[in-house]
Design a protein. Structure first.
Length: 337
């Protein structure tokens, strides 16, 4: 790692404080990287520790990765994690991909020193060093390109991930071929829509249709993605991989979540076994490409409808709360007393 000017990390010059977010930057191998930080709320001295408030000491860390063409700030805003994460006792960091993209295969020719994995691992260690968060347990979440990169990182054990949360993204087939069975034993939740026009629920090449598809195809080519590398595994296959890695060999249980008027139906499959980390797959019937419970950023006729009833952020924080309690005995605000 190379450090410019002797400073590993510093506030970005001219940065803006947006709500609970701090925009910051650091140098990784001579490449300037930026991220947005939402610190966990400190425990109030007038609240007893057993009342569900975050305990003293560094908070657990959640790393949330945006999709292609987005930014960490956008991820923080439309997921609500900038406020709900700290309220639940977690520090949440929203890194910016280089020019809006995460690179699982190789760095782009334009920036050969780029290393997204080193960025995440250095960022995690640095936030622990300055007392903002713990480097363990670490939770990794992502949407679309961010989800595909997050799965790659966890599958190959490139970051000690306690919980993995994937939205509108599964596993890259080239990554899966290189590591058929994930290295880590990790609690995994995947949220996918069967009508996603960009990332096929059953797997296959990423769709690049229409004007937006053409723009995305050109963007990924500039970032070093080669023909045949934008192929993903199906949601069921990806979850089955993680169930097997976690020591689960049985079939998943299936539950239909309560239906709501004028919203999409959701089925939940759960792979579980005594003493094993569980895997959940939320399948949104006819659901499109987006963060459930978040805004319909792009018209439904382009990316498909986004479920408003399913609260992906709430599911993520509940998963993290259970894992934190199991690993450390800490409790979050959302767990209550």
């Amino acid at each position: 790692m190379q450090i410019r000017g002797g400073d590993l990390e510093r506030p970005k010059p001219g940065s803006q404080h947006v709500a609970n977010l701090e925009e910051r930057e650091m140098d990784i191998a001579g490449v300037r990287r930026t991220y947005w930080l939402a610190r966990a709320r400190p425990r109030r001295p007038d609240i007893p520790r057993n009342a569900g408030a975050p305990s003293e000491g560094p908070a657990p860390l959640l790393i949330a990765l945006h999709g292609a063409g987005m930014s960490g700030r956008a991820m923080a805003t439309f997921t609500g994690l900038a406020t709900r994460g700290p309220a639940a006792g977690m520090t949440v960091v929203f890194p910016d991909g280089w020019k809006g993209v995460w690179h699982a295969a190789r760095p782009p020719e334009e920036e050969p020193a780029l290393d997204d994995v080193q960025f995440l691992s250095t960022l995690s260690a640095h936030l622990e060093a300055i007392g903002v968060a713990q480097a363990w347990p670490v939770f990794l979440a992502g949407i679309a390109n961010g989800a595909l990169f997050a799965e790659h990182v966890a599958r190959h054990g490139l970051l000690p991930v306690t919980g993995l949360f994937l939205v509108a993204g599964t596993a890259l087939e080239f990554s899966r071929r290189a590591m058929p069975r994930p290295v880590l034993r990790t609690t995994v939740t995947c949220v996918m829509g069967t009508g996603d026009p960009n990332v096929p629920y059953r797997g296959g090449p990423l769709s690049r249709r229409g004007i937006t598809g053409m723009i995305a195809k050109r963007r990924m080519a500039r970032h070093g993605v080669r023909p045949g590398e934008e192929v993903v595994a199906g949601a069921l296959e990806t979850c089955a991989d993680w169930a097997l890695a976690n020591g689960i060999t049985g079939r998943p249980s299936v539950a239909d979540l309560p239906a709501a008027p004028d919203d999409l139906t959701v089925e939940r499959k759960t792979w579980s076994a005594p003493g094993c980390r569980h895997v959940n797959l939320y399948t949104i019937d006819d659901g499109g490409h987006g963060w459930p419970g978040g805004p319909q950023v792009v018209p439904a006729k382009v990316t498909g409808p986004i479920s408003q009833r399913l609260d992906a952020t709430g599911i993520l924080l509940a998963m993290a709360a259970r894992e934190i309690a199991a690993a450390t005995g800490r409790r979050s605000l959302e767990q209550g007393s």
